[in-house]
Design a protein around this ligand. Structure first.
Ligand code: GLN
Length: 494
């Protein structure tokens, strides 16, 4: 029994039946982390001892015939934006270096309650701001398919660790594409659920009206398994939805006959890499072969998505990140007052923030503060909110005609590390296909639909109406039952 050959669903079943022990499973993945992560840098913190102790406890409980949770023995890697009380939580920022939260994020608590084994915290763009993982204060993540390329971001560590089999599943967060884009660039499956489907309590806030946690795994079926544990109402997050959590894994089997999938012509415009376009068209053809029908739909305001997102997100970020001032939260400067500032207190704030935040986070705070300032609020922020409503209305109109909308996740396959770091606008444009989902508050899933001639994964995205996760997962699962892209592995040293 080779743990690496099993899906998460099969791993959990095998552990439950005693065919493999939770300790063996944990060791398999921890050993791989020890061997491979030096060249990938997917983890900011690995929890070896605690994970093995936890796994041994699960094995002992199984032998004693005691009840086990739904994810008993499943190793899970968690993005470092989620609070974990026994492990550091840094959001890949110097601002939070060494921080140990006093509590677990809601999702982390649910994973523990389900007897999952937390193997570590994954690298990311600082405060989840970025699309390449190069904004981490602790070094970039390398894409397992080509170590000279970016894994995408901001959940790049979560995507890379699953792609390299260092964990069977991972948790990410998605504010403008941060689950789907790295999943696409690393050849794995990632679900951004409807806003509010999963509690954000204990997720370090970036843009609170857009942030959503979600599962990342090799397959849609494994994402469905995680969803059953992490989704659901939490009175501690006022935006979390009270709707009942479906049995996602039991809703996969139904065929796709009659499913109406929309195709947006503008998605295939300038900027889309021809190999990506080809892979995406093939995925439409495969969905059609599986019984779906393909229809042209329009999202007339999608072209304003990037402009809208890059106002709304920085505005909310500038407000959310105000708490890191060296007094309330975060790094505090060691510098003595110089007398050059209006007061020692102001100097402490300024120096702490200047030292703690990286350049992209500073850029977002400045953009957001500017757009929210008295003279510009209506021209920028209020206007962006109005356009956001139009973008959402486009989706509502489109979903009158189709059940889901398909298309590319990213305009290009994984790009070389360093290629876009000096050009923030080029980096922002990478998000052109993903930000609409967050602005509309709906669901989206990304999964591999082919490879370039150079061997890089190509991602396909399906977007669906609010609470359409069962359908998104079913469509992706059906596709994966008919294709094999999601089973391909990067060549890694044995
Ligand atoms: N790449 C986008 C950004 O930089 C999305 C980030 C995210 O979803 N957290 O803001």
């Amino acid at each position: 029994m080779q743990p690496l050959d099993l899906s998460a669903i099969d791993l959990v079943a095998a552990i439950r039946r005693g065919e493999v022990s939770a300790v063996q499973v944990a060791e398999t993945f921890l050993d791989r982390i020890a061997r491979l992560d030096g060249s990938i840098n997917a983890f900011l913190h690995v929890n070896r001892e605690a994970a093995l102790t936890r796994a041994a406890d699960i094995d002992a409980r199984r032998k004693a015939g005691k009840p086990l949770g739904a994810l008993a023995g499943l190793p899970v890697a968690v993005k470092d934006a989620l609070c974990t009380k026994d492990q550091p939580t840094t959001c890949a920022s110097k601002m939070l270096a060494g921080y140990r939260p006093p509590y677990d994020a809601h999702v982390v608590a649910r994973l523990r309650d389900a007897d999952a084994v937390l193997v570590g915290k994954t690298n990311m763009d600082e405060f989840a701001m970025g699309g390449s993982n190069e904004n981490s204060a602790f070094g970039a993540v390398h894409n397992p398919w080509d170590l000279s390329r970016a894994p995408g971001g901001s959940s790049g560590g979560s995507a890379a660790c699953v792609a390299a089999d260092m964990a069977p599943v991972a948790i990410g967060s998605d504010t403008g594409g941060s689950i789907r884009q790295p999943a696409g660039l690393c050849g794995i499956t990632g679900l951004k659920p409807t806003y509010g489907r999963i509690s954000r309590r204990g997720l370090v806030a970036f843009a609170s009206s857009l942030d959503q946690i979600g599962p990342m795994a090799r397959s849609a079926a494994d994402c469905a398994l995680l969803m059953e544990t992490i989704a659901g109402h939490d009175p501690g997050d006022a935006t979390s939805l009270a709707d009942e959590v479906p049995r996602y894994t039991e809703m996969l089997e139904k065929p796709l006959n009659g499913l109406r999938v929309g195709r947006v012509r503008e998605h295939f415009g300038p900027g889309l890499d021809p190999e990506v376009a080809h892979g995406v068209e093939e995925a439409f053809a495969a969905l059609k072969a599986a019984g779906a029908t393909i229809h042209d739909v329009e999202l007339p305001h999608a072209k304003y998505g990037i402009a809208t997102y890059y106002l709304v997100a920085p505005c909310e970020a500038s407000s959310n990140l105000a708490r890191y001032d060296g007094a309330h939260y975060g790094h505090r400067t060691a510098a003595r007052p110089s007398g050059e500032f209006e007061s020692p207190l102001v100097e402490m704030y300024c120096r702490s923030r200047a030292e703690g935040f990286g350049p992209e986070v500073k850029r977002r705070i400045m953009l957001g503060t500017y757009a929210l300032s008295a003279g510009y609020y209506d021209a920028f922020y209020a206007k962006a909110l109005r356009v956001r409503r139009l973008i959402r209305q486009d989706y509502l109109d489109a979903f009158q005609k189709v059940d889901l909308i398909g298309g590319p996740v990213s305009p290009t396959p994984a790009f070389p590390l360093g290629e876009k770091t000096s050009d923030p606008l080029a980096m922002y444009l990478v998000d052109m296909y993903t930000v609409g989902t967050n602005l509309a508050g709906i669901g989206g899933i990304s999964f591999p639909c082919g490879f370039t001639k150079g061997g890089l994964p190509i991602g396909f995205q399906l977007q669906g109406p609010a609470l359409s996760e069962p359908l998104l997962l079913r469509a992706a699962d059906r596709y994966q039952k008919l294709t094999d892209w999601h089973n391909r592995r990067p060549k890694m040293p044995a």
